[in-house]
Design a binder for this molecule. Structure first.
Ligand code: HDL
Ligand code: ZN
Length: 416
């Protein structure tokens, strides 16, 4: 091996180690702290019945959809284990992820002993397992997705509870923005004096609602998922609510508004949570929002692979635009590599390359193990290109860069 090749190999090794050792803030998850009781999902049966795997198992099983939903979690897990792990090699990202999590939690994946895996998790307590998983994934903290319109979650927030500092809140407002007609009645029931027509008084009451929940949750940001046909500006309740309610309140509290754009909800309703699809969206509306509201901070992730390059270019134009994650159907090694390489080449280190979107606690173990590997590989390539110019890089600078990518950029954007 030439000295250059040795240097590159040594550099690659340092980058992988440093990225692995850098604690992460995971800025978008569907996790809950143990305070939320049954809303916190964990263990091998929850891993195996992740909606990604339910979609995959229904491709190879003749089970009627309606029958699937009558099964218990354990029965669904048995179905997935048989069809996707034993009847064929579990090479999909969601399948591999289950095995990475089990392996890193110290279980014998070669045994394929599902009963033993179940016994391991049955011996844990939620609080203890949170500590184990955060240590195993090298997570510092996570941001939850907190929905005041969720009937299970709402009363927990109203009653109040002792916060686990590792679990931050994000105020999720899809029902407000995407279903105003139904939501207006809910707001009325909670004592907000609102009318469907969205007149000035109603807009003020919606701002009060948002402010109340930002304070109640100590929300780091407000978030919404949006369909591919989302446009701004537009003469619609959603556009009015964003312009007249969400953005002024976000400015008042100095918190970002996160837009997750491109999801086609329920393209196959028979799959329930697994039934959503993806569509090409307009980056123009992101550019419009960033230009029209320069005092607002926008976090954006888009679901279509084909939107990623134009979104990077938009981010070059607007410093109030923070790109984050390889969302959902993009959270696969080949696409994380492609998108992260594009982002580093166009935006340098001014992005948040990944979030886990984890729904099951143990998923952070695999989602971050897999993403760290890809991000480290891309970063090492970029550093190799850099040192080929004669630039000299030391480990403290690699540590600095990794810390920015894996949490620092997010916190700087939040606190800006
Ligand atoms: O809307 C969202 O936040 C998405 O992440 C959905 O929750 C989706 O079902 C998901 O879990 N993607 O990973
Ligand atoms: Zn999500």
């Amino acid at each position: 091996m030439s000295s250059t090749e040795q240097d590159t190999a040594a550099l690659r090794g340092s980058v992988r180690r440093i990225v692995a050792e850098t604690p992460i803030t995971d800025l978008h998850t569907h996790l809950f702290s143990p305070d939320f009781g049954g809303l916190l999902l964990w263990g091998v049966d929850e891993l195996l019945t992740y909606h990604y795997l339910l979609a995959e198992v229904m491709r190879v099983s003749d089970l009627p959809y309606e029958k699937l939903w009558t099964l218990s979690t354990r029965e669904k897990a048995d179905l997935v284990w048989q069809h996707l792990f034993l009847d064929r090699s579990p090479i999909s990202e969601a399948c591999r992820g289950v095995l990475t999590a089990l392996n890193r939690l110290g279980l014998d994946v070669a045994s394929r002993d599902l009963a033993a895996y179940r016994a391991f998790f049955e011996a844990q307590t939620p609080g203890q397992h949170v500590d184990t998983v955060f240590e195993c994934a090298n997570l510092k903290d996570v941001v939850m997705t907190n929905d005041p319109f969720d009937p299970e979650e709402h009363p927990l927030w109203m009653a109040g509870f002792e916060r686990d500092p590792r679990f931050h809140a994000a105020l999720r407002i899809d029902p407000l923005l995407n279903d105003w007609g139904t939501t207006v009645e809910k707001l009325k029931g909670w004592g907000y004096n609102v009318e469907p027509g969205l007149g000035d008084a109603t807009r003020a009451e919606v701002r009060r609602f948002l402010s109340d929940w930002i304070v109640r949750m100590k929300a780091l940001y407000m978030a919404v998922s949006l369909p591919p046909d989302f446009v701004m500006p537009e003469d619609s309740p959603r556009a009015t609510l964003i312009a007249e309610c969400v953005l002024p309140v976000a400015r008042e509290h100095n918190i970002p508004f996160a837009l997750m754009i491109g999801v086609k909800r329920q393209v196959n309703p028979a799959l329930q949570l697994a039934g959503d699809g993806v569509g090409l969206s307009s980056v123009d509306c992101v550019a419009h929002l960033c230009a029209r509201y320069p005092d607002n901070k926008f976090m954006v992730t888009m679901l279509a692979r084909e939107n990623q390059h134009e979104l990077c270019i938009a981010a070059r134009k607007f410093r109030n635009l923070c790109l984050f994650g390889c969302w959902w159907f993009l959270n696969d090694p080949s696409l994380i590599d492609e998108i992260t390489r594009m982002r580093f080449e166009l935006l340098g280190l001014s992005v948040v390359p990944q979030h886990s979107d984890a729904r099951v606690l143990d998923q952070v173990v695999y989602k971050w193990a897999h993403s760290r590997e890809v991000i480290a590989n891309v970063l090492a390539d970029k550093y190799a290109d850099l040192t080929a110019t004669g630039w000299v890089l030391d480990e403290t600078e690699i540590q600095r860069d990794a810390a920015k990518l894996l949490g620092g950029n997010f916190w700087n954007f939040i606190e800006r």
